[in-house]
Design a protein around this ligand. Sequence first.
Ligand SMILES: NC(=O)c1ccc[n+]([C@@H]2O[C@H](COP(=O)([O-])OP(=O)(O)OC[C@H]3O[C@@H](n4cnc5c(N)ncnc54)[C@H](OP(=O)(O)O)[C@@H]3O)[C@@H](O)[C@H]2O)c1
Length: 214
Amino acid sequence: MEKSRPYVILSAAISIDGKIATRTGRSNLSSKKDLIRVHNLRKSVDAILIGKNTVNIDNPSLTVRHVKGKNPIRVILDPSGSLSPRSKVIRTAKKIPTILVVSENASRNVENLVAKGAQVIKCGKKKINIKKLLQILGKRGIKRILVEGGGTTNWYFFKEKLVDEIIVTVTPYVLGGSTAISLVEGVGFENISNSFKLKKIKKIQNELVLHYVS
Ligand SMILES: NC(=O)c1ccc[n+]([C@@H]2O[C@H](COP(=O)([O-])OP(=O)(O)OC[C@H]3O[C@@H](n4cnc5c(N)ncnc54)[C@H](OP(=O)(O)O)[C@@H]3O)[C@@H](O)[C@H]2O)c1
């Protein structure tokens, strides 16, 4: 059963102090070279997954733009179905397959999002059951999935031990701030037991790309 789930790669750009955004939500930490690397990674996966706060704050396109290649399917975790129909991912949902993952309690706004071209997966009563979601995505032919945050979404994947690879770029910034989002949010682990093996390190000018595997 477990084997049929997609392979999960978690990717992010972090500051030296482990934040993925400033306290005001600015998150464009990567250099142009790093963005090219990320877009090469995007074109190698079947789907990219993010949480709804990242859509609301960054309004990303989640496409392959800095290199040539096919756009992966976009998967957005939005339990209440509250995304704006004006967000870029929804406005382009008729051209690029976009799956909205909602709970059984989702609002009627979901109908507006479907009218704009989004597909919907209902998965979980109030929260989203990530394990079940991965099984569903696996059955739809998704073999490799890139989790691109934010910190809350990342936590759910670590909590359920569903991360096979971590690729983080340490960028040369210190952001600070107790309310600034870290690579992993949520309640966190109690013990120091959740370890990964360092597979590769690459230095690109002022950045370090760290590649860990489970
Ligand atoms: N530097 C980087 O590489 C990078 C990458 C991505 C994002 N970011 C930054 O990260 C920040 C956003 O991070 P964030 O932690 O606030 O939010 P997030 O992870 O983008 O979204 C969190 C929301 O997604 C929903 N969600 C995620 N997993 C769920 C689950 N298993 N079950 C139910 N709902 C789930 C929840 O919605 P509900 O609240 O409706 O329950 C949750 O509040 C932004 O500032 C963005 O710029 C940085």
